[in-house]
Write a protein that binds this ligand. Structure first.
Ligand code: PMP
Length: 355
């Protein structure tokens, strides 16, 4: 607390990022990073961009990158906005598109940054509970709103809505933006991107941090009607006109263009998710059906905090989120097959113990 702070800063409850341990000899399954390195083409492009042109500002429009993203989806660069991680893209979207007086709607539970953006920009919000099976019920969103935000697949549950459900939401709120946060969509859910041409109120946000294994480069993007994209550009140009540096633009473009590497690493994650899910089920865990690079699990008679602590003693870290709807669950990132085998092994010992 400081007398120098503005009242808004006093009221902020910032997001608490997942732990990034300083030691490396640990099985790190807590922040949904890819267990595989990024595309070798991305690394080569970053190396190539590391020269004396770094004295120059980057392209403020990130045009080559936006064109590469657009080309993958049959859209134009005018449909694409890029930012410093999808966190930044989301922040600009909340500020640019959602202050119409009514609350913004999003599920309880979902990505815990959404209420933080509302606090930052003074936007009212209302959470809509998941049903008893931890699913989003689209029919519960028939409420006055300034916009709707859905992570699809949802985080931390990993459960996805169908494209038909998203289209119904878009059609029943034609005057409001429906933002679909597709951070994890590549791991088995249907993207809403094909709906963009028909629905000018759809904004899809994606990231290179998960399926492209570039969390360290901080690149995210939004796809939508050029009218929505222009609103984001206005906010960006009033905030930081060069959000993506030269290395990020070069590496991200190469990563987007390396389709073969992308498909291969996503397939490996999905195969490991299937084997980990069945191993955990055999150990007595309830495993929610995941379309993401993590699984959300709980054990009928083992306390989640205790299990997380016991794993940590064995140098394995997973995510345990506190809170009434999440404290009995653990979110486990899909690692390599050997990492997940080590996790299942450790969990076997922990749940069989008489504590
Ligand atoms: N959306 C969701 C649902 C997430 O889980 C995350 C990762 N924490 C993000 C967005 C942000 O990802 P990034 O800023 O790395 O693109």
């Amino acid at each position: 607390m400081s007398r120098f702070w503005s009242p808004l800063v006093h009221r902020l409850t910032p997001y608490v990022p997942g732990e990034q341990p300083k030691i490396t000899n640990i099985v790190k399954l807590n922040t949904n990073e890819s267990p595989y390195g990024p595309s070798p083409m991305a690394i080569a492009a970053i190396r190539e961009a590391t020269d004396d042109t770094l004295r120059l500002y980057p392209d403020p429009e990130s045009l080559a990158l936006r064109e590469a993203i657009a080309a993958r989806h049959g859209l134009t660069a005018r449909h694409v906005f890029v930012g410093n991680g999808s966190d930044e893209v989301l922040a600009h979207a909340f500020q640019a598109l959602f202050s119409h007086g009514d609350p913004i709607l999003f599920p309880d539970v979902t990505y815990s940054f959404y209420p933080v953006y509302c606090g930052l920009y003074g936007l009212p919000f209302q959470t809509v509970p998941l049903d008893a099976s931890m699913r989003i019920r689209p029919e519960d969103y028939a409420l006055p709103n300034s916009g709707i935000v859905i992570a699809n697949p949802n985080a931390p549950t990993g459960i996805a809505l169908s494209r038909g459900d998203i289209e119904n939401l878009l059609a029943s709120h034609p005057d409001r933006v429906v933002l679909i946060d597709e951070a994890y969509v590549d791991f088995g859910a249907d993207s809403a991107i094909p709906l963009i041409e028909r629905h000018p109120n759809l904004l899809v946000v994606q990231t290179l941090s998960k399926s492209r294994a570039l969390a360290g480069l901080r690149v995210g993007f939004a796809l939508g009607n050029p009218d929505l994209i222009e609103a984001l550009v206005r906010v960006k140009d009033s905030f930081n006109s060069y959000p993506l540096d030269r290395l990020a633009q070069a590496g991200a473009q190469a990563a987007i263009e390396d389709e073969a590497w992308f498909r291969d690493s996503v397939a490996k994650v999905m195969a490991t998710r299937a084997s980990l899910s069945s191993a955990l089920t055999k150990l007595g865990f309830e495993v929610l059906p995941s379309c993401a690079n993590f699984v959300y699990v709980r054990h009928a008679d083992r306390d989640a905090a205790m299990v997380a602590a016991a794993l940590r003693e064995r140098a394995i870290i997973v995510r345990h989120l506190k809170g009434p709807r999440t404290s009995s669950w653990l979110r486990v990132t899909i690692g390599t097959a050997p990492q997940c085998a080590a996790l299942a092994d450790a969990l076997g010992t922990i749940v069989r113990r008489n504590t």
